[in-house]
Design a protein around this ligand. Structure first.
Ligand code: PMP
Length: 395
């Protein structure tokens, strides 16, 4: 058998997603750091794309996984038997969500959660039109891909779902020109892959009004912004809006694969009648993942004040000042440092790796450096990391 770190085997036998993978061989990860085969350590500035918000291998998450492993793993397809970790996770989430978001469908990924949310909106409203935002990212499956305007990524897979209308996030006029009542408006409060660009509160207010007036559901994708990343458990708390369907993923599982779409019970019921089995999944709500997620939700909630996300945002902003940094967008610890060119950004990412800082760019903003570290990153680590980045920009 080839050694796990065998690059040639990886390149030849594992499906590749680009022609230029990083090829870093990580042997272990702990807290805020990744360690490669030589023992070199890297500060994780991106948390596996907003997943390891509690850091790697958080003890509370490990304990929950271990406890559950000692009881059972898979029992039965989703929804048939009462699984304690699912109930525990629903209870943990109920404590941090408004009363209308009281019914949980647990799935395997962010993309599947988006698919479920779309199906639910179609069933509940009996309509098929969706309003999506230009430059949004919602996932890799075909329903999610249909909600994405970027032709480079979606055109090769057409035909996708029909009846999707795209508007510019923030374009209230475009919203008012919509004639057909849609099933839902889907949006991210911070367009992450555009380069961490928040939408305005005024726009969100108009969208909420539009949905309430037309009977469309408001689906908010908090796959990247949820679980404390912007300083509150969920970003919607800071935008003065409550969704009809909330979609979660990434950090929800504390490092395990988890997604969820969440709605009022009266809405969710559509999936269990006429026809029954409106969404079915074998592994969705896997007990080990739910146990990890319940620990992640509780731990994040208990530590939200200690994380001081808003102060850490300021620290990044104060320490990342350089002529090659055009601006820093985002909120809390979902930030993008927009550089003067894509070349500068890609060079910075490669050289930061040599200096022990692991980071990345954004799908639709290749000139922007991704800053989404574990929420427990220390002030000292922020200052040191910024120093490294500034030094590299000067070289
Ligand atoms: N929505 C957003 C906002 C995301 O950032 C992502 C993942 N990058 C997804 C959906 C899809 O999640 P997953 O990769 O778990 O399917």
């Amino acid at each position: 058998m080839p050694h796990i770190g065998n690059r040639q085997y990886f390149l030849q036998h594992l499906a590749q997603t680009s022609d230029s993978p990083l090829l870093l061989e990580i042997e272990r990860a702990e807290g805020h750091f990744l360690f490669d085969a030589s023992g070199k350590k890297y500060l994780d500035l991106i948390s596996g794309i907003s997943v390891s918000s509690l850091g790697h291998r958080h003890p509370k998450v490990l304990d929950a996984i271990q406890n559950q492993l000692d009881k059972y793993m898979h029992l039965m397809v989703y929804g048939e038997v009462v699984q304690h970790p699912q109930v525990q996770l629903a209870e943990a989430l109920s404590k941090v969500l408004p009363p209308n978001l009281d019914n949980f469908y647990f799935v395997n990924s962010g993309s599947e959660a988006i698919e479920g949310a779309m199906k639910l909106a179609k069933r509940f409203t009996g309509r098929s039109v969706f309003i999506a935002q230009k430059n949004a990212y919602h996932g890799g499956t075909q329903g999610a891909l249909s909600l994405m305007s970027n032709a480079y990524y979606s055109d090769p897979y057409r035909p996708l779902l029909p009846n999707i209308q795209f508007i510019e996030a923030g374009d209230t006029e475009a919203l008012s020109e919509i004639t057909e009542n849609p099933a839902a408006v889907v949006l991210e409060l911070i367009q992450a892959e555009k380069g961490a660009v928040p939408v305005s509160k005024e726009y969100i207010k108009s969208v909420r009004e539009f949905c309430s007036r037309t009977g469309a559901l408001l689906i908010i994708d908090e796959i990247q912004t949820g679980m404390g990343r912007t300083g509150t458990m969920f970003a919607f708390e800071q935008f003065g809006v409550v969704p009809d369907i909330l979609v979660l993923g990434k950090a929800l599982g504390g490092g395990m694969p988890m997604g969820a779409f969440i709605a009022a019970r009266g809405v969710m019921q559509c999936l269990s009648e006429n026809p029954v089995l409106g969404h079915i999944t074998t592994f969705g709500g896997h007990p080990v993942c739910c146990a990890a997620a319940a620990a992640a939700v509780n731990t994040t909630n208990e530590n939200l004040q200690n994380f001081r996300v808003a102060e850490k945002e300021i620290l990044f902003r104060e320490n990342l000042v350089h002529p090659k940094i055009k601006n820093i967008s985002g909120m809390g610890l979902l930030l993008a440092a927009h550089l003067d060119s894509e070349k500068t950004c890609k060079k910075l990412i490669r050289s930061a790796l040599d200096e022990g800082v692991f980071t990345d760019w954004f799908l639709y903003a290749p000139d922007a450096l991704r800053i989404a570290p574990p929420l427990s990153i220390t002030d000292d680590e922020i200052v040191q990391t910024c120093r490294v980045l500034i030094k590299l920009l000067n070289s």
